[in-house]
Design a protein around this ligand. Structure first.
Ligand code: NCD
Length: 308
């Protein structure tokens, strides 16, 4: 086993060997999930706290289920309805929860850097479930795992991330992981949503969607994150849909089968049309299925690492 880390805070700095180690474990977890009884005793006696300070459907349920499938005990904390509204600080909340004898913390927070901060003030293993616009490592891993299942290899694969890159932790984690595995990465969207400094990571920038699609084997379509925009970045959603929306009409023109991913939640008929989301190009539900296996793999490798 080569995953020698106490925390998973991001995919930046995670090696190719570590990613493959996680994928190998996820493959075994996927097999467990096909069984009639989808549960193993691997993490019996381990207690995991899911601390969600920001809304979530897929990620929260997926981490919760992953922990239960491994027989861990799980406590779920969401900031709404908690003592955060009474003025308790993040550090106090986290330390109090840790005093209840937990082993690992899965955390989602609207501020970048919170998982790193918790790794400095707690003794538990910390797993980042999305921090601000920084990273969302398990989403990056499950996206890349889904592509690997489809294409066999990531090296040389042309992957384009489309849409709101500026506010997307999913984009950042995808770029880090894909870069480590040798993919050819590009991004496409309105100039106001594409951070220029990303070029220094070796990522190609397209401002024209048809050009980007021509040069890609797979695309990962991202949601317009209006809740993170401090000002308007494009005139109207209708115009965005017209210029950057993924529609069947656009994909049919390509004369090749391009694979479509979307981390969810989808804004149907804004960044992706309903027929593409539910159609033959889409691996969206495979991503969700693989998400549980990836999170089981990460929890297993981190919580059973003897060096912790
Ligand atoms: C993403 C997130 O929260 O970062 N969703 C997810 O975890 N599947 C992307 C988004 O909110 O658009």
């Amino acid at each position: 086993m080569s995953l020698k880390r106490k925390h998973l805070l991001g995919l930046e700095g995670v090696s190719k060997e570590e990613i493959f180690e996680i994928f190998e474990a996820a493959q075994s977890m996927k097999e467990i999930l096909q069984r009639p009884i989808k549960k193993v005793p691997t993490l019996q006696g381990v207690t995991i706290a899911n601390l969600f300070f920001e809304n979530s459907t897929r990620t929260r349920l997926s981490f919760d289920l992953a922990a239960r499938r491994l027989s861990a005990d799980v406590i779920n904390f969401t900031s709404s309805g908690s003592s955060i509204s009474k003025g308790e600080t993040l550090k106090d909340t986290a330390r109090n929860i840790e005093a209840m004898k937990i082993d690992a913390v899965v955390v989602r927070h609207h501020a970048s850097g919170v998982p790193k901060f918790l790794s400095e003030v707690l003794k538990s293993n910390i797993i980042n479930a999305g921090d601000g616009a920084h990273e969302h490592p398990t989403q990056g891993l499950l996206d890349i795992f889904t592509l690997k299942e489809k294409f066999g290899e990531i090296k040389g694969l042309r992957v384009c991330l489309i849409g709101d890159i500026a506010h997307s932790r999913v984009a950042r984690s995808n770029i880090e992981g894909l870069k480590t595995l040798g993919a050819e990465i590009s991004i496409c969207g309105p100039a106001t949503l594409l951070p220029r400094e990303i070029e220094s990571l070796g990522v190609k920038i397209f401002y024209n969607l048809d050009e980007a699609l021509k040069n890609a084997d797979a695309i990962n379509v991202l949601r317009i994150q209006q809740e993170r925009m401090e000002s308007e970045r494009f005139p109207t959603l209708r115009e965005y849909q017209h210029l950057f929306g993924i529609t069947n009409e656009r994909l049919t023109k390509l004369n090749k089968k391009i694979i479509v991913l979307h981390p969810g939640p989808i804004n149907r008929d804004v960044e992706i049309s309903a027929d593409v989301a539910d159609g033959e190009h889409s691996l969206i539900l495979d991503q969700v299925e693989n998400g549980v296996a990836i999170r089981m793999a990460v929890l297993f490798l981190i919580c059973t690492n003897k060096q912790n």
